[in-house]
Design a protein around this ligand. Structure first.
Ligand code: SAM
Length: 241
């Protein structure tokens, strides 16, 4: 998997993606990530990337030309490096909400290009010209697309082979199966008067798995009835088959 990010703040993205699990996975060659400065593709002396919105209104809008030229150049670089044409995703507050299902779909792609907006957003015409899809990371507005692109890159990369030490690393986690994860505990057995549930100390793997599944069901039912309903529907559909 290769992910490229087109942004006005490549250093910010690069810094985050060099740390911890993702940083190690890059060093070991399981994933490739590259960040690109949109401003390098301006054609004016001031390297200005934004202008006033047609129709008036507050703030500035990112112009189509530098984003277009940046993306075309990144696509060329990616293809020359032997990858498929990247799946182009614009980060927008009006995009399809990001879910674990969407992350699984994106993790199947050979390469992704994530485009970050800023200011009041991006000239719609370049989105129409280039986007395979628009993704939102939630129903709120960020000051820029960088945090959103980092969320997508992180959540997709961890599903790629080799990034986590074993697939169980994510298969049991919240949202993968449609449920929230069961509660987790570590040493000591008692902390501040609170004991680890006895079942987890029993060494009986089948009973532990059963307890964890029940906990996951109960958590999902009480905290996220919307997810619980979907999970139940899916389970019923499987039984009917
Ligand atoms: N005027 C835009 C609107 O009302 O939808 C918001 C623009 S926002 C201040 C600037 C940039 O941040 C956007 O172009 C987008 O790239 C990014 N952004 C903001 N919220 C986002 C979200 N929830 N998901 C993904 N990207 C977001």
């Amino acid at each position: 998997m290769r992910i490229d990010i087109a942004t006005l703040f490549p250093e910010m993205c690069e810094r985050v993606l060099s740390e911890s699990i993702i940083g190690r996975a890059r060093q070991r060659g399981y994933i490739e990530l590259a960040c690109h400065q949109i401003r390098d593709y301006t054609t004016n002396r001031q390297k200005q990337v934004d202008d006033y919105p047609y129709g008036g209104g507050p703030g500035m809008v990112m112009q189509a030309q530098p984003i277009y030229d940046c993306c075309v150049d990144v696509v060329r670089q990616v293809e020359e490096a032997g990858h498929a044409r990247p799946h182009v995703v614009f980060m927008t507050a009006a995009g399809t909400p990001l879910t674990e299902e969407k992350c699984k779909q994106l993790a199947q792609k050979d390469s992704l290009l994530l485009v970050c907006g800023h200011y009041e957003g991006i000239d719609e015409r370049v989105i129409e010209a280039l986007a395979d899809e628009e993704i939102s990371i939630g129903d709120y507005v960020l000051t820029g697309g960088e945090l959103a692109a980092l969320v997508v890159a992180d959540s997709v990369c961890r599903l790629c082979p080799g990034v986590l030490s074993s697939p169980e690393g994510y298969e049991e986690e919240s949202h993968y199966s449609g449920l929230l994860e069961y509660p987790q505990y570590s040493r000591p057995e008692e902390w501040n008067g609170r004991r680890v549930p006895e079942i987890l100390l029993s060494g009986h793997h089948a009973n532990i798995a059963k307890w964890r599944h029940e906990q996951a069901l109960e958590r999902t039912r009480t905290r996220r009835p919307d997810l619980y309903e979907k999970y139940e529907e899916k389970s019923m559909a499987k039984i009917d088959k």
